[in-house]
Design a protein around this ligand. Structure first.
Ligand SMILES: [Zn+2]
Ligand SMILES: [Zn+2]
Length: 343
């Protein structure tokens, strides 16, 4: 595949299995806007040919000798981060998503999840709650952690007033997580048609953006606004919704353009948030399971990946697309651990 072009089949040898690695047969892989950005080399770090895909669910088919806690046949989820350097100041603090070498640590660095198998460090392959459907788990591995982590960090106090900007793949999960965390949730969208679904996801209020008069009642309303939208935003309108000392958190990659007056005079914070660490990932999975937080998913065959990408680009995915490979879960008697097989 070349820059910005449709994906085409690629046959490549499975990467060598390092001693900490697992190789996972991919049953499901979500399509995230970050994949499209990578295909278009928006971040300037893509090397071609390149296999996108980083919302992976599948079964461990092989593991290196240092892997602990995972057996062949276990169902696991894998997100954008497939490894880390393990040595930098951030890795040693357990904030692996900030690893100094993060650009080389993406799942897709050794070929991502739009594939029959993916190979990552086993420490970044997470066992899944048994009753959680694989298509749900897949989306939680990137979209889920991306919104849960900042909400957990900044909005989990006594009833916080939270705005979620954008009711799409990230936003519809953010509304559910914020509601489950006990926040007063207002969904903000330029599309009035999203109102009833946003309320259904757990929003207490819905406000249409893009009309200053209609926005007046929510001036100074929010402790936190989580921006899941992309593209051009009306920054002045958005910052006016924050309480003094409020916080705007960016989890996508919108165009940032604002004059500093409100930021300074209202002592506002604009914060980026990137995925989450391994501890938060495990917590997010059990929190989502306990509170029935689940993405709304369309499933498509892996072979239809280019159609899926087109739907996402045209903003027609409701709300997230998960690609599937036709593989079966290993039967219980095939889940033979090396220990069992020696006995
Ligand atoms: Zn993603
Ligand atoms: Zn590191």
């Amino acid at each position: 595949m070349a820059l910005g072009q449709p994906l085409e089949p690629l046959i490549y040898p499975a990467p060598q299995l390092g001693e900490h690695d697992v190789r996972v047969s991919v049953s499901h892989c979500g399509v995230c806007f970050t994949d499209i950005h990578a295909i278009d080399d928006y971040y300037g770090i893509t090397t071609f040919p390149f296999v996108p895909g980083h919302e992976i669910v599948g079964y461990v088919e092989a593991r290196g000798r240092m892997v602990s806690g995972l057996e062949e046949g276990d169902r696991v989820g894998i997100g954008w981060q497939g490894r880390s350097c393990t040595r930098c100041e951030w890795c040693t603090q357990g904030e692996e998503q900030l690893c100094q070498d993060i650009a080389e640590m993406g799942t897709w660095e050794r070929h991502g999840g739009f594939a029959s198998s993916a190979t990552v460090d086993g420490r970044f392959a997470y066992p899944l709650p048994a009753a959680m459907p694989s298509e749900v788990a897949a989306v939680l591995m990137c979209a889920g952690i991306a919104v849960y982590s900042p909400l957990r960090t900044y909005a989990a106090g006594p009833r916080q007033n939270v705005g979620i900007l954008g009711v799409g793949g990230l936003g519809h999960l953010a509304i559910q997580f914020a509601h489950a965390l006990g926040c007063e949730v207002t969904a903000l969208s330029s599309s009035p048609a999203k109102a009833s679904e946003a309320i259904g996801f757990g929003a207490d209020n819905f406000v249409v953006t893009g009309d200053r008069d209609r926005m007046r009642p929510i001036d100074y309303a929010f402790d936190l606004v989580l921006c899941t939208a992309r593209g051009d935003l009306d920054w002045e309108e958005l910052l006016m919704t924050l309480r003094k000392r409020g916080r705007l958190v960016l989890v996508g990659f919108p165009e940032v353009s604002t004059n500093p007056t409100d930021v300074v005079a209202h002592e506002l914070s604009i914060t980026g948030s990137f995925l989450g660490n391994r501890t938060t990932m495990r917590e997010m999975l059990s929190f989502a399971h306990a509170h029935r937080v689940a993405p709304r998913v369309e499933q498509m065959a892996m072979a239809d990946v280019n159609d899926a990408i087109r739907r996402l680009k045209e903003n027609r995915a409701r709300y997230r697309i998960v690609l599937t490979n036709d593989i079966k879960a290993p039967a219980a008697d095939e889940k033979i651990s090396p220990r069992a097989s020696r006995s």
